[in-house]
Write a protein that binds this ligand. Structure first.
Ligand code: PLP
Length: 428
């Protein structure tokens, strides 16, 4: 059971006009507990130094904590610590992949072309996975956040690839059409949980279909890893991206998981200090994982905040968090459905979705709704949620979105519903 934890989050206890904030924009970013804030200030107060370089105590301590953060994240999603690369956020993780595929295609493709020895294709099977040829396909869904769409659009334009899409049905689930998985499919990039509809997608099934065609699977887990137990080993996806700031850690830290055997074969996309092994005036070789993909001074304080965030989440228990959010979602769906003129998008039940609910109120613009709610110190999101293709599929320009996290309560939902009734009166 998760009870009475708002006290751990200083911002949630702040009052404006004598009203405590009801924070319902957790899909955008989450509030931070004292434990995370202390971990960051502890680093700056007690052992602020760069990592890997200094032969002195505070640098060694910072290095130990920075490496520990990789291990903690790896444990959290059940992989090895070399398979966790720290980035800035989910967006950077996905861009890293797209650029790496581009570099691999340009570089390895060129080497293979000039290689007279016929051994390359079979011997470098894994390396060749990253070589994309004109006409190859990237399979996406209509419900992708722009972060898991635009990088692939750009890659497709540069290499002459084709984008294909799984469509969504009336209930906000995408239709897994097996005919879209063909020998031309090279990358399948899907969101685990929709940031608009909350839909939990069947990634395991997608991975099986993709692997039958030797395609690589990239999972955008920005909205799943923070909210439910996720095991990359069980899912068997090749890559997974998520952001620290959506799971209690600070901004400026993101993660990219990749299977070790794949990361070892991939080309880096950022070059400089930290990611090299040996350098002479003309050439350089690459460091071991994960440093090969972490060029320059990394986000040290941010990584340390990730350890504190994961410790906090683990103490509450990811299964409990999922259960708590399901209870909140069931209650919210029930109450919202009773408001006349309110349309809810996405699946009917909390079993099929995470704690994200998008809705519209007939004839009232989402921005107007959000503005009135803000007057009552209730924070929700209104807009297209960086998902314009999904808005087109839903035949709307914008929605209101409420999204829950472990600290939200039934009382928060009661305040929301009461205020929505007020909105209706104001605009009637
Ligand atoms: N993918 C999904 C599903 C998201 O919800 C978000 C952010 O809302 C992102 C990607 C991008 O995350 P970030 O802004 O942390 O890079």
């Amino acid at each position: 059971m998760i009870n009475n934890i708002k006290k751990d989050f200083p911002l949630l206890n702040k009052k404006i006009n004598n009203k405590q904030i009801v924070y319902l924009d957790n899909a955008a970013t989450t509030q931070k507990p004292d434990a995370v804030i202390y971990a960051i200030s502890d680093y700056y107060n007690k052992y602020n130094a760069n990592v890997y370089r200094g032969i002195y105590k505070i640098s060694e301590e910072a290095t130990v904590e920075y490496e520990l953060a990789h291990a903690r994240v790896a444990d959290f999603i059940s992989c090895h610590k070399e398979e966790i690369i720290f980035t800035k956020n989910t967006t950077e993780s996905i861009n890293l992949l797209a650029y790496s595929f581009l570099n691999s295609t340009l570089l390895i493709g060129e080497i293979n072309k000039n290689d007279n020895k016929k051994e390359s294709k079979e011997d470098n099977k894994e390396e060749n996975l990253f070589i994309l040829n004109k006409g190859d396909e990237i399979l996406l869904t209509e419900m992708e956040h722009h972060s898991n769409l635009v990088p692939w659009q750009q890659l497709a334009k540069k290499l002459g690839l084709k984008l294909r899409f799984m469509k969504i049905d009336k209930k906000g689930k995408f239709i897994i059409d097996k005919r879209l998985f063909t020998e031309k499919t090279r990358i399948v990039a899907v969101t685990h949980v929709s940031n608009v509809l909350g839909t939990i997608n069947d990634v395991k099934k997608i991975v099986k279909l993709a692997h039958m065609q030797n395609a690589l699977v990239v999972v955008d887990a920005a909205q799943s890893v923070p909210h439910m137990p996720v095991n990359v080993h069980e899912l068997d996806c090749d890559f997974m991206a998520f952001s620290g700031h959506k799971m209690l850690a600070s901004t400026g830290i993101g993660c990219l998981y990749g299977k070790k055997k794949l990361l070892e074969k991939m080309q880096p996309f950022m070059y400089g200090g930290g990611m090299i092994h040996l350098v002479d005036c003309e050439n350089a070789s690459w460091n071991n994982l994960p440093m090969k993909f972490e060029a320059g001074t990394p986000p040290i304080a941010e990584a340390i905040s990730m350890t504190a965030a994961i410790d906090y989440l683990t103490k509450q228990g990811m299964k409990n968090i999922r259960r708590h959010e399901m209870e909140l979602t069931t209650y919210a769906l029930e109450r919202l459905k009773k408001i006349k003129g309110l349309v809810i998008y996405g699946p009917d039940t909390a079993e099929e979705r995470c704690g994200v609910i998008s809705f519209n109120l007939k004839n009232i613009h989402p921005h107007d709704i959000a503005t009135v709610l803000d007057k009552e110190n209730i924070a929700i999101r209104a807009g297209n949620h960086c998902s314009q293709p999904l808005m087109n599929a839903l035949q709307t320009n914008a929605t209101c979105r409420v999204s829950f996290y472990l600290y939200n309560t039934f009382d928060d939902i009661d305040r929301l519903v009461k205020c929505l009734e007020k909105v209706k009166k104001i605009f009637s």
